[in-house]
Design a protein around this ligand. Structure first.
Ligand SMILES: Cc1cc2nc3c(=O)[nH]c(=O)nc-3n(C[C@H](O)[C@H](O)[C@H](O)COP(=O)(O)OP(=O)(O)OC[C@H]3O[C@@H](n4cnc5c(N)ncnc54)[C@H](O)[C@@H]3O)c2cc1C
Length: 420
């Protein structure tokens, strides 16, 4: 091991970045982990459960948070982005911008303080389906376990109130943005994904009909920390969802949207059909699909669902969704391609299985990486010393993400040890 090795920079603190960071740190390398949100864990933290075992995200995350907390070789910067990155393998220079949190973490903020505030912000963690106070805790399992203040959402009256009722060392309302300049030896890009913008699928009426949701919204509806405290209900009237349609390939495998398969949506919808059935024994789910993609060990998950008489699978692409003007139920036009029958079925809730878009399609890092036509990063990148992992490279599940993150950590370690 090269004792003089510079740290490894990991960009993105989702499961890919966390895995790469702990794997490298636990064999003795220093790691700087940069995450743009106020918490680590990425998209997986927004799941209610994750397939195939249906564990809550806490399962793996608690262990990872402990591995990070206990390892002095890992330095975490949340609310941070990389603004400049230059140099060559073994010797990169990085400039990091760290946005102010305004909460120091020196002492805890009491819930009674939050209750007294009136200013609110849209809760992006719950996909915009509810609000939090301007001073908020990112989510139940947040790491680092520190509140955040949204300064722009805070009213003047609430600012005065906070000065009055918060212990002075808890907040620093004058906290400023920081700029950090560091040297690193290798870089791992793990910037992950975002859901495809479902408003672009005009025929499916997302954004126009309140009872048409996306799969990422469904994860939050099912979760206890979600906007309905885990009840799967219709946004239009709060009634329990009894008859739910899952529309597969909403965007994916479509030349006009995402020509590729997003790899996890079939499993995600089948998992969500299970949420529905577990929460309401009378509920029915219908999955409209092109092909069911549940490979390897995951196929058992699919076969188990076939045993449930309240879950139906219809092979056919949904042509259009229309809303009943009074009930706000949704009428789906679809051709069952196995029977040739044209169907016109009514549901009280529709979940669109929207696909995975790499964050790197929209936001490029300040270094010339090699991208494919859709913005995914080539895993080995085109730059010596820079490696990519997880959904930044292709749509994939957690199991595949952790494997290629471990591989990226190994590549980074090899880079630091060249010439030894
Ligand atoms: C609806 C749905 C359900 C799913 N359910 C499951 C499931 O049950 N089981 C399963 O195995 N998989 C599931 N997946 C797949 C799973 O979400 C991914 O495998 C996983 O999120 C990949 O992790 P990642 O770290 O690559 O990306 P992400 O989870 O997206 O993490 C990336 C991190 O990087 C940060 N970041 C982005 N850009 C920057 C930047 N410029 N600077 C700093 N930080 C940045 C982000 O804030 C984020 O924290 C599901 C996917 C979908 C769409």
């Amino acid at each position: 091991m090269n004792a003089d090795a510079k740290p490894i920079l990991v960009i993105g603190g989702g499961i890919a970045g966390i895995t790469a960071a702990v794997e490298a740190a636990e064999v003795g390398y220093r790691v700087v982990l940069v995450e743009k949100e106020a918490y680590l864990g990425g998209r997986v933290m927004r799941m209610y459960r994750y397939f195939p075992k249906m564990c809550p995200p806490t399962c793996g995350f608690e262990i990872n948070a402990r591995r990070i907390r206990q390892n002095p070789r890992i330095v975490v910067h949340t609310q941070s982005t990389v603004e400049e990155l230059s140099g060559t393998a073994g010797d990169f220079k990085v400039r990091i911008r760290k946005r102010p949190r305004y909460v120091t973490g020196k002492c805890s903020v009491d819930d009674s303080v939050l209750e007294r505030l009136t200013s609110t912000r849209v809760n992006d963690f719950n996909q915009g389906m509810d609000e939090t106070k301007a001073l908020y805790y990112p989510h139940d399992m947040a790491y680092p376990p520190i509140h955040v203040l949204d300064r722009e959402a805070l009213s003047e009256a609430d600012e005065e109130l906070l000065k009055e009722i918060c212990p002075p060392e808890a907040l620093d309302l004058e906290m400023e943005e920081e700029e950090l300049k560091i040297g690193v030896g290798a870089v791992i890009v793990a910037t992950g994904w975002q859901p495809y913008d479902a408003t672009k699928l005009e025929h499916l009426k997302f954004g126009k009909c309140p009872n048409v949701l996306t799969n990422v919204m469904m994860e939050r509806l099912a979760a206890r920390g979600g906007p309905t405290r885990g009840e799967i209900t219709r946004p239009s009237d709060g009634k329990s969802a009894e008859n739910v349609a899952f529309v597969q390939c909403a965007g994916s495998r479509d030349e006009n949207h995402l020509p590729y398969c997003s790899a996890v949506c079939c499993m995600a919808s089948m998992k969500q059909a299970r949420y529905l059935r577990e929460k309401n024994e009378n509920a029915k789910a219908t999955i409209f699909y092109i092909d069911i993609r549940a490979v390897g060990r995951l196929e058992k998950f699919y076969f188990d669902l076939l045993e449930d008489s309240n879950i139906s699978f219809v092979k056919g692409k949904v042509a259009e969704i229309n809303e009943h003007p009074e009930t706000r139920d949704l009428i789906l036009d679809v051709e069952d391609t196995l029977s040739g029958e044209k169907l016109n079925q009514t549901f009280d809730l529709v979940v669109l299985a929207t696909g995975i878009v790499p964050n790197s399609a929209e936001t490029k890092l300040p270094i010339e990486l090699k991208y494919d036509d859709y913005g995914f990063i080539d895993g080995t990148t085109s730059i010596d010393g820079v490696y990519a992992a997880g959904c930044a490279t292709r749509p994939c599940d957690v199991s595949r993400t952790t494997k290629d993150s471990t591989a990226a950590a190994l590549k980074a370690i090899q880079c630091l040890n060249r010439g030894e």
